[in-house]
Design a protein around this ligand. Structure first.
Ligand SMILES: [Zn+2]
Length: 281
C-alpha cells in the first residue's frame, strides 16, 4: 500500500470526479472527515479492483470489502467504520457517478401484464438532489422517568452485526431443521437464537444513544452503563427511542421513483436499490 503512494505515476491517475453532500453533513465522523467549504466530500472513481471487491459475495454481509472501497474512493473519510447508515446510499450513488457518469439505464417491471418492462434512463444527479439531511441528535424525553435520551444514526458496521446475527441464526435453525428432529433441541436453539438477535438489537440501540441525561442533570455517555439501563426500561419507553431512531434513519437519498409503464402507460411507484450487487452490475 505504501509503495503505491510513493509511485510518482499514480498521482496523475485519480482525481476526485464528484463532490457529494452527505445526508449526515459530516456530523457523525468523530475521527474526522474532509469537507469542502460547501460541505461536500470528494469522491474518486473506482478502479477495476475496487469494483471486484464491491461485487464479492461478502461485500454485503460483513462489509469488509465495502470498507476497503470506501477507503479508496472516499479518502476524506478517515475511518469508514464511522460511516452512518444514512450516508451509505449517497456514497454509493456518488461512487457510481464518479466512475460511470450521471446516467444509469434501469429496468422496471409493472405487474399489469406479463413482462411489462420499462427502460428508464435515471439521472443520478437528480437522485442526489433529493437528499434530505440530518439536523443533529434527536432528543426523546421518557414520560415516566423524565430521562432525556439523545439519539443519533447508527453505522454500517453496527447494522452489519445485526445482519450477520440474523443470517447465522437463520442458517443454524435450517441446519437443525434438517439434522435434529428432537423437539427439545429445537426449542433450545430457538431460545438461543432469540437471545442473540435481541442482543444485537440492544447493541444497535445502545450504539445509537449518544447520551442520557437524568432529571437531576447528570449526563451519561458510557456505552456499558447505557446498554444495561436500556434493558431495564419499559417496552413503551423502548419503543419511543426506537421510533426516534427510525425517524433519523429515514433521512438521506430518496430512492423512490415514479415509472411510466411502457406497456399500459400508467404511472407507478418503484424504488431504486443501491446495494452493490444490483447497483454495480
Ligand atoms: Zn403497466
Amino acid at each position: 500500500m505504501e509503495n503505491t503512494r510513493m509511485n510518482p505515476l499514480i498521482q496523475y491517475n485519480r482525481r476526485p470526479a464528484r463532490y457529494v453532500k452527505l445526508p449526515s453533513m459530516g456530523k457523525c465522523y468523530l475521527k474526522g472527515i474532509d469537507l469542502t467549504d460547501t460541505n461536500e466530500v470528494a469522491i474518486y472513481p473506482m478502479t477495476a479492483k475496487d469494483e471486484l471487491l464491491l461485487k464479492s459475495p461478502d461485500a454485503l454481509l460483513n462489509g469488509e470489502s465495502i470498507k476497503q472501497v470506501f477507503k479508496a474512493c472516499v479518502p476524506g473519510i478517515v475511518d469508514p467504520n464511522e460511516i452512518p447508515i444514512i450516508d451509505m446510499d449517497a456514497i454509493m450513488v456518488g461512487i457510481r457517478m464518479a466512475t460511470y457518469g450521471d446516467h444509469m439505464e434501469l429496468e422496471f417491471t409493472h405487474d399489469c401484464e406479463a413482462d411489462a418492462v420499462t427502460q428508464v434512463n435515471v439521472n443520478l444527479g437528480n437522485i442526489l438532489d433529493s437528499t434530505t439531511f440530518y439536523g443533529g441528535d434527536v432528543e426523546v424525553v421518557l414520560p415516566g422517568s423524565g430521562m432525556r435520551v439523545f439519539v443519533k444514526p447508527y453505522t454500517l458496521v453496527e447494522q452489519n452485526k445485526v445482519n450477520i446475527a440474523g443470517f447465522e441464526e437463520m442458517a443454524k435453525s435450517q441446519q437443525v431443521e434438517s439434522e435434529v428432529k428432537e423437539q427439545l433441541q429445537k426449542l433450545k436453539m430457538a431460545g438461543k437464537s432469540f437471545t442473540r438477535l435481541l442482543d444485537a438489537t440492544l447493541d444497535l440501540i445502545t450504539a445509537s444513544i449518544d447520551k442520557v441525561i437524568t432529571p437531576d442533570n447528570q449526563e451519561f455517555t458510557d456505552k456499558k452503563i447505557i446498554r444495561e439501563w436500556v434493558t431495564t426500561i419499559s417496552k413503551p419507553e423502548f419503543d419511543l427511542i426506537d421510533r426516534a431512531l427510525k425517524s433519523i434513519t429515514d433521512v438521506g437519498v430518496n430512492s423512490k421513483i415514479v415509472v411510466k409503464c411502457a406497456k399500459c402507460g400508467q404511472d407507478y411507484d418503484s424504488e431504486l436499490t443501491f446495494n452493490p450487487s444490483d447497483f454495480f452490475g
